[in-house]
Design a protein around this ligand. Structure first.
Ligand code: GDP
Ligand code: IMO
Ligand code: MG
Length: 425
């Protein structure tokens, strides 16, 4: 079977520039699928229609001819999805008839959001995950506990009522434990009825259509949210999200057999950033960090929080390339380093007096001191480069160094947020 299914995943701590890469790759895609996560995402897309911060909608929505699916692996808040769709419709005139939600996607209910805030509030300083408080964690908790409500449930009132009746007493006890207001069955049923009215025609079983497209070799893009460092299994647990933003998570969440995956694009920023708690080995607390944050505009798209920033971590990224089976890298934000005389790259860690050249698990990461190599910056504007040859030699050297350290081909280099500010190698 000759397929054309490609996945795009974040291979750091999130915010690598996935939105802009998916937007670029989606231009001729038949289907774009968001395969995990919820409206905790903030994917920035800048194209001829304007600048957008997408939270739950796949980044192919601007393309009329692309079908966009929010798949089984996601958790959906229909309130924020409606707000996002209305804002895009108003700004662009696009009707968004090309957005569909799989019947199996789980619904973020109002109590999930309440509980996310309350659970985070109970965590002690230092143990805080820094969640986006969108209800993502509590919704996945209910999914795993088999107490979730799924998009397809909205279409069957009798079934929905029975599900809510069964789970509500326990949910309300949980809310009361945190001193929060309980919900009545009637108010939740009314909310679900409103969602059915607004989204009923967009809720589909995506399997037949996706399977047909896979088997016919149509171009399909799988869009990940966040990055592997916040993967529930392979990230910095417990400072993780509650799903798997990896290539294997893409297969699972989108309903794609592993053998159908063609390319796995790893989006990687040429320095590092992280939002929320947990270890972050190359974090900078000095003026260099402030400069990176300011020039890189490192503030959260979803929460507005200042992002933690640091140098490029080749050890963590090498782990990510292996775990995801990355075939091609898209290196973003090269231009942000244009005015740095010296640039550091982490090539190892010192932990308890021992040198490490692989990424150990969270508790050891918390004690890790980075080992750096230093290279000269290029001190030239790269934003106008559109070809490899137009990049300064020292910028080329930096890119080739990353390629060598990660043993993975860098296919795209982005030098600005606009769609055309991209070098294809
Ligand atoms: P995502 O969550 O991975 O999609 O990334 P975000 O959208 O949260 O963060 C990436 C930010 O960097 C956005 O503001 C993008 O517009 C911006 N961006 C992406 N690529 C480039 C680039 O090459 N240069 C510059 N200067 N900005 C970029
Ligand atoms: P994109 O897709 C950066 C972080 C939160 C928190 C942890 C768990 O734009 O890269 P959650 O709300 O998911 O339970 O929070 O994950 N986080 C993100 N960090 N970018 C994101 O999305 C994020 N989504 C969640 O800060 O530490
Ligand atoms: Mg983001």
């Amino acid at each position: 079977m000759k397929t054309n299914v490609n996945a795009v995943v974040g291979i750091q701590w999130g915010d690598e520039g996935k939105g802009r890469i998916v937007d670029y790759l989606a231009q001729d895609a038949e289907i774009v699928i968001r395969f995990q996560g919820g409206d905790n995402a903030g994917h920035t897309v800048v194209n001829d229609l304007g600048k957008f911060g997408l939270h739950i909608l796949p980044s192919g929505v601007f393309n009329k001819n692309t079908m966009n699916i929010v798949s089984a692996g996601t958790v959906v808040n229909f309130e924020t999805m409606k707000e996002e769709m209305d804002a895009i419709k108003e700004k662009t005139g696009i009707k968004l008839e090309n957005v569909f939600i799989d019947v199996r996607a789980h619904l973020i209910m109002p109590y999930h959001k309440d509980l996310d805030g309350a659970e985070e509030g109970k965590r002690s300083e230092g143990a805080k995950i820094g969640t986006t408080k969108r209800g993502v964690g509590p919704c996945y908790t209910d999914k795993a506990a088999r107490s979730g409500i799924r998009a397809g449930d909205l279409l069957d009132e009798k079934f929905l009522k029975a599900r809510l009746e069964a789970l509500l007493p326990k949910k309300n006890r949980e809310l009361e434990y945190y001193g929060l207001k309980p919900y009545t069955l009637d108010e939740l049923l009314a909310l679900c009825a409103k969602w059915k009215e607004e989204f009923g025609s967009h809720i589909i079983d995506s399997v037949p259509v996706v399977r047909k497209a896979v088997e016919e070799g149509k171009k399909i893009l799988l869009e990940g949210q966040l990055g592997i460092m916040r993967d529930n299994d392979w990230g910095i647990y417990p400072y993780t999200t509650s799903s798997n933003p990896t290539a294997s998570g893409a297969c699972n969440g989108a309903g794609i057999p592993p053998k159908a995956i063609n390319k796995v694009y790893g989006v990687i920023k040429c320095y590092s950033s992280s939002v929320g708690g947990g270890p972050f080995m190359t974090e900078l607390f000095d003026e260099t960090g402030d400069k990176l944050r300011t020039i890189g505009a490192e503030y959260g798209v979803t929460t507005g929080r200042p992002r933690r920033v640091g140098w490029f971590d080749a050890v963590a990224s090498d782990y990510s390339c292996y775990m995801n089976g990355i075939t091609d890298l898209a290196l973003t934000k090269l231009d942000i380093l244009d005015t740095f005389e010296k640039i550091k790259v982490c090539t190892g860690y010192m932990i308890d007096g021992k040198e490490y050249h692989y990424l150990p698990e969270t508790r050891l990461q918390e004690k890790a001191q980075p080992i750096y190599m230093e290279v000269d910056g290029w001190m030239e504007d790269t934003t106008k480069a559109r070809k490899w040859e137009e990049l300064p030699k020292k910028a080329q050297d930096y890119i080739l160094l990353i390629e060598k350290l990660l043993k993975t081909h860098i296919t795209y280099v982005s030098v600005g947020p606009e769609r055309d500010q991209l070098i294809v190698r």
